[in-house]
Design a protein around this ligand. Structure first.
Ligand code: SAH
Ligand code: SF4
Length: 386
């Protein structure tokens, strides 16, 4: 694939689009330079300029030599997506609305907590899977993000704190692929971007601290097991197929038993045998939050290596669903805890940034107090099993 990128770029001259080096994984970058007739180690230099130093101007990459810089300027560029607005909440959460090519808007959020900061990253503009409780799904699908647009969210977060300059690129300690979109439906770009998150020449984040969340695209999850070691979260939301078919339509194609089997295979494929899956369960009043649902869930997940993250439903305009009461959440939580599960839950947030949600990118962004969801996701990473 990369050789195509480089050769197209070489033929293209000045009139054609340049290759965006921001989104090339280490392997792709090495291939890019080999295809240009350059030494492989150039990839290391360029990766460090982009992801350690935050440099976008190829002319500033002084250790490349003038001739190579001239060649690169002709065919390549380093182009992050564009921040449209930034919003800081009183509790330190920072949220960006980001414009991507073609008129789309995405959102990413950085949630500091203790010594860590979790960035929630989007993978698509909109989503095609149409889960009944999700406002991203209600928008429909616009397009996949490129690898540059995905890793660009990490780059922009660090840039916005001037943390490249201060040498503190590790301002983002954790990443969750829980923003807009279904990451496994944008497989190649998500994998390339996650490779950069883990790559020491880029962000060097531990594989346990990068989490991909999926609603259950089983064939892609099986493929992921072969190429990635990131942590896995699965959006279950129901203890049986009948209910899950209503909430998460892709369940009709890949039912719960098939999905859990695929998750287990993913965990088994990891070299590190202490991994568990985070089971995400959005609690919706009167729909999936009853004691019987919790009991059924406890039975379903028996012997499944997991921890459970309960997310009280965040309301939005086009939805009739309701958020459950605090009591209903505690009751659900208690059943699972009594059954021996590690369960995290976020009941209230209501901070200022949630109020601002939706104002950032108008109609495009959902109004589901997304940062609350992210915070819950961040919380799941606090509990490191093993
Ligand atoms: N498409 C992926 C990742 C993005 S959604 C997935 O579905 O897993 C991230 C998490 O937020 C998922 O668990 C999703 O089910 C949950 N979510 C979506 N809308 C929500 C809402 N309105 N309230 C609470 N959680 C929601
Ligand atoms: Fe897509 Fe995830 Fe929303 Fe379902 S919950 S519509 S998979 S973003």
């Amino acid at each position: 694939m990369t050789s195509t990128i480089a050769s197209i770029a070489q033929q293209s001259g000045r009139d054609r689009p340049r290759v965006n080096l921001l989104g090339l994984s280490r392997r792709q970058m090495e291939q890019f330079f080999l295809d240009l007739g350059e030494k492989k180690f150039r990839a290391q230099q360029v990766l460090k300029w982009i992801h350690h130093a935050g440099v976008t101007d190829i002319e500033e990459m002084t250790n490349l030599g003038k001739a190579l810089r001239d060649k690169l300027v002709d065919i390549a560029e380093v182009r992050p997506p564009e921040i449209v607005s930034q919003h800081d909440s009183g509790d330190g959460t920072r949220k960006w609305a980001i414009a991507v090519d073609g008129g789309g808007m995405i959102e990413s959020v950085l949630i500091p907590e203790g010594g860590r900061a979790t960035l929630c990253v989007s993978s698509q503009v909109g989503c095609s899977l149409d889960c009944s409780f999700c406002s991203t799904g209600k928008q429909g699908f616009q397009r996949d993000l490129s690898a540059a647009e995905i890793i660009g969210q990490v780059w922009l977060a660090i840039k916005s704190y001037d943390a490249f300059q201060s040498g503190n690129g590790r301002i983002v300690t954790n990443v969750v692929m829980m923003g807009m979109g279904e990451p496994l439906l944008n497989f190649d770009n998500v994998v390339a971007a996650m490779d950069l998150m883990l790559e020491d020449l880029a962000y060097g984040i531990s594989k346990r601290r990068v989490t991909l969340s999926t609603s259950g695209v089983v064939p892609a999850l099986d493929r992921l097991a072969e190429v990635s070691e990131v942590s896995l979260a699965v959006s279950l939301h129901a203890p049986n197929d009948e209910l899950r078919n209503q909430l998460v339509p892709i369940n009709r194609k890949y039912p719960i038993a098939v999905l859990l089997e695929s998750c287990r295979n993913y965990i088994d494929a990891q070299r590190d045998n202490k991994r568990v899956v985070t089971v995400e369960y959005t609690l919706i009043a009167g729909i999936n939050d009853q004691r019987e649902h919790a009991r059924e869930l406890a039975v379903l997940l028996r012997d499944f290596p997991c921890k459970i993250n309960l997310i009280p439903f965040n309301t939005f305009d086009q939805s009739d669903y309701q958020r459950p009461s605090g009591n209903a959440v505690s009751r659900f939580w208690q059943v699972l805890v009594d059954a021996g599960y590690i369960v995290t839950v976020r009941t209230t947030r209501g901070d200022d940034i949630n109020a601002a949600c939706g104002q950032l990118v108008g109609q495009v962004v959902d109004r589901t107090r997304r940062s609350e969801r992210y915070r819950a996701a961040a919380e799941t990473q606090v509990i490191e099993v093993g």
